[in-house]
Design a protein around this ligand. Sequence first.
Ligand SMILES: [Cu+2]
Length: 103
Amino acid sequence: MRHIHNPLNHGGGLLTRRRFVQGVAVGSAFVNDTMMNHPMHLHGMWSDLETGDSNRLPRKHTVIVQPGSRISYRVNVDARGGWAYHCHLLYHMLGMFRTVIVS
Ligand SMILES: [Cu+2]
């Protein structure tokens, strides 16, 4: 599982960014090259799924990333503070838990 242009790199590798600026939207994507679902939860802010139709952007707290898929989304960074960002599978939390700081 890889996270592109995002503070969470799910499954190892470099942490590419962990600080957001309030009012600046962030677009990113997950690429799931594992064999399981990863329900990714960013606390404090919504994630709008990019479906290719600008009139249809499902607003999610948890983005479910299917095996072998790529999913992109946008976060309107509208809440200052420190937020958890993690996979909801308990046994993934230890290695796949990050903090996002919005300032
Ligand atoms: Cu996971």
